[in-house]
Write a new protein. Structure first.
Length: 326
C-alpha cells in the first residue's frame, strides 16, 4: 500500500479538522482524512474491515481498497480479501447520496470504514470520501459514488451482482462502471443449422435444428414475398428461428431455398422456400412435434418447404389439428 488514510472516530482527536458529516442532502462527499503511513499489517476482514493499525484516538480495523483484474472485466475495485465492490446507478455522486435503504440492504451491503481506509496504488486518493447513511454509518465513496458488496459474492473474485436490475455494476478505480471486456479473441459464433430428420408420426422427413428440435411454418404467413405475421401474443408460443451468425444446411436441405427476413424487432428470421420458420414452446425434448396441426395453421416443415403429413399409424404423441393454444 502506498498511502494510509484514516477516518476520524466520532469525538476523536482529529475533531479539530472540522469534519462535516455528509448526508443525502450534503453538497459533496466527506473527504477521508490523511495520516502518515504506518508499518501495520493490512490483512482484511469482510465488510470493510481490513486488519489494521491504530487510527488517531482509536484502535480498530481499517478498510482496504485495491485494484483487481478479473477475467472478462475491466479493472475493478475490491477489498483486501478480493471481494468485489459495486456501485448503484440509482445513487447520486453530485451530491453524493445513497438510495439503497430498507429492503435493498438485504441484498447490497454498504462498504463502511469506521476506522479509516488504505488505498492501493492506482486509486486516486482525492477521489475517496464518505457519505453519511440514514443510520449514521459512514459509507465509502469513490468520485462521489457510494460503494457496496453483493450478498451472493461468497468467494473471492465473484461478480454475481454484475448487471443486477441493469443498475448494479462492479466499480472501476475511478468510480465508474467496470464493463465487460473480451480478453481473448472472440470465439467463433455458431451459425443456425437446418437439417432433416425422420420423426415418428410424420411423413416425409422434416426440418430440425442441430439438436433435433422440430421447425414449423405458419399458414397465415406469406412466402412470396416472405412475411411474418407472428407477433405479440403469438411469440409467447412460437419462437422465430433466428440466424444472427448465418445459416448452415445439412444433407437433404437445398441451400438455394434458404433465406432470411428482417423481423419488426430487427432480428433475422430464417426462411425456407420463403416460409418464416419457428419453434413450438412445448417441444421440450428432441423429436417432439407437439406443435404440428395447432389450430390447423401450424405444421412441421419439410425440406422443400411443404407441410409434413401425419402417418396413418402414428406412434408419436402429436396434437390433433385444431387443438393448441394459438
Amino acid at each position: 500500500m502506498r498511502t494510509s488514510r484514516f477516518l476520524a472516530a466520532l469525538g476523536g482527536v482529529v475533531a479539530a479538522a472540522s469534519l462535516s458529516a455528509c448526508s443525502l442532502s450534503a453538497p459533496k462527499a466527506e473527504p477521508v482524512f490523511h495520516a502518515p503511513a504506518s508499518p501495520t499489517p493490512t490483512a482484511s476482514a469482510e465488510s470493510g474491515e481490513a486488519a489494521g493499525a491504530e487510527a488517531p484516538a482509536t484502535t480498530g480495523i481499517r478498510q482496504v481498497l485495491k485494484i483487481a483484474q478479473l477475467a472478462g472485466l475491466a479493472p475493478l475495485l475490491v477489498n483486501a480479501k478480493g471481494r468485489t465492490i459495486y456501485r448503484f446507478d440509482g445513487d447520486s455522486n453530485d451530491p453524493p447520496a445513497t438510495a439503497c435503504v430498507e429492503d435493498c440492504l438485504k441484498t447490497w451491503q454498504p462498504v463502511l470504514a469506521p476506522n479509516g481506509v488504505e488505498v492501493d496504488a492506482g486509486i486516486e486518493e482525492d477521489l475517496v470520501g464518505t457519505v453519511e447513511r440514514p443510520d449514521g454509518n459512514k459509507q465509502l465513496t469513490l468520485n462521489g459514488w457510494p460503494m457496496y458488496y453483493f450478498h451472493e459474492d461468497l468467494s473471492l473474485g465473484q461478480t454475481a451482482g454484475y448487471g443486477t436490475g441493469d443498475a448494479w455494476f462492479p466499480m472501476s478505480p475511478t468510480g465508474g462502471r467496470a464493463e465487460k471486456v473480451n480478453d481473448d479473441p472472440a470465439p467463433a459464433k455458431k451459425p443456425q443449422v437446418l437439417r432433416i430428420a425422420e420423426v415418428d408420426g410424420l411423413s416425409p422427413e422434416i426440418v430440425v435444428n442441430a439438436k433435433g428440435r422440430t421447425i414449423y411454418r405458419f399458414e397465415k404467413d406469406d412466402n412470396s414475398p416472405s412475411r411474418t405475421t407472428c407477433a405479440g401474443e403469438c411469440l409467447k408460443t412460437w419462437q422465430p428461428v433466428l440466424a444472427p451468425n448465418g445459416v448452415e444446411v445439412g444433407d437433404g436441405v437445398d441451400e438455394d431455398l434458404v433465406g432470411v427476413i428482417k423481423r419488426p424487432d430487427g432480428s433475422r428470421q430464417v426462411t425456407l422456400r420463403g416460409w418464416p420458420l419457428y419453434y413450438f414452446h412445448k417441444d421440450l425434448r428432441l423429436g417432439q412435434i407437439a406443435g404440428h396441426g395447432v389450430k390447423g395453421q401450424w405444421f412441421a416443415i419439410t425440406a422443400g418447404g411443404g407441410k409434413a403429413q401425419k402417418k396413418s399409424t402414428s406412434s408419436g404423441g402429436t396434437n390433433s389439428e385444431g387443438t393448441g393454444t394459438y
